[in-house]
Design a protein around this ligand. Sequence first.
Ligand SMILES: [Zn+2]
Length: 416
Amino acid sequence: MINTVLCYLEKDGKNLMLHRTKKEGDINRDKWIGVGGKLEEGESPEDCLLREVYEETGYQLLNWSFRALITFVYGDITEQMYLFSSSEFTGTEKVCDEGDLEWIPKEDILNLPLWEGDRIFLRRLWENSPFFTLTLHYDRDGRLTKRAIHEENGRDYLTFKKLNALPWLMNAFSTRRGGVSEGRYASMNLSFSVGDDPARVVTNYRLMGEKIGVSAEDMVLAHQTHTTNVMPVGNEHRGMGIVKERSFSDIDGIMTDTKGLCLVTSHADCVPLYFVDPVNHAIALAHSGWKGTAGNICKNTVDGMRLSYNTDPKELIAVIGPAIGVECYEVGPDVAGIFRSKYNMPECEAILRPKDNGKFDLDLIRANLINMVNCGILPENIEVSDICTCCCHDWMHSHRGSGGKRGGMAAFLMIR
Ligand SMILES: [Zn+2]
């Protein structure tokens, strides 16, 4: 096991980045990273932090925060990395003998050649995420093959920053925590179609409702059959799919402008799409598995909102919630062929990764992001979750991660 320290120094909205250009045989050669290095015998992470930052930059840290513990696995090597940040330091910057130091505005950093996993923890650093652990596995080609996140005080449900900013809105995405189901469904299962006792699922909806401040009688659950059908819902649909029979079927996307009506869709790898029109106060949720993605349920939802609520896509705030990541989602040439017929060449290069076995890794999340942007939603108005349901299947239900023996999570969205 190797122990290392990495630190991102911050000043005026910039991070001090090290372009690793000078060391022969450096695993990080040509990559941009923070400053740091290996722990020496007898050193604590803090000792190493202070020494490495001084040696590489000339700065002496006055204050710092321990932000995350990152475990890297590449080949038969395991590296534990203590991740720090600091905005209080003194001294004069010097030339670093391992690469070129440069202060880079945060908004430009993600455009640099970075390790894929670094993007995950950098975003979390910038968002002032609570302490987290992250396990990153890389293959021989430097490709990320696993990214498992655990947060401090694991919460029963997640919310999204861009939606939290709108006080008239309630948003949530459940985890496996906090319910009454057992075994493969444990414990918060919100799917009626996986074989769990329906009474327990209803109890789980009531428990989730207490956490998010909504009664199960005011929720409406889509009827998901991998269609691209989207439908407006209103007061007459309250409770449907959860505490009473639905009057509709084969609907994978629902939208409303009714206050106090909570939209619900069910997920376990398939992509949850949230849409919020802050001008006309209208909302939508869609379930986008590979069929919904290839068939572009995103476009149907945006078109539906335009028709029903006069929504301008440029005003929309959108979220792509936790879903299966590209590293975990292998598909055959048949599915890859369908995506090739729907997306142009550069888009296909971004969403399909050919593998040695003749199959492909499909990036459903990226495909939905492309769908959103092609609908006219502005990239800066889209938030994408960094959680892969399959890599995190100890606290997320995952169809692939569990070999199909699983419960389901749910997305919730409501105008207060
Ligand atoms: Zn994954």
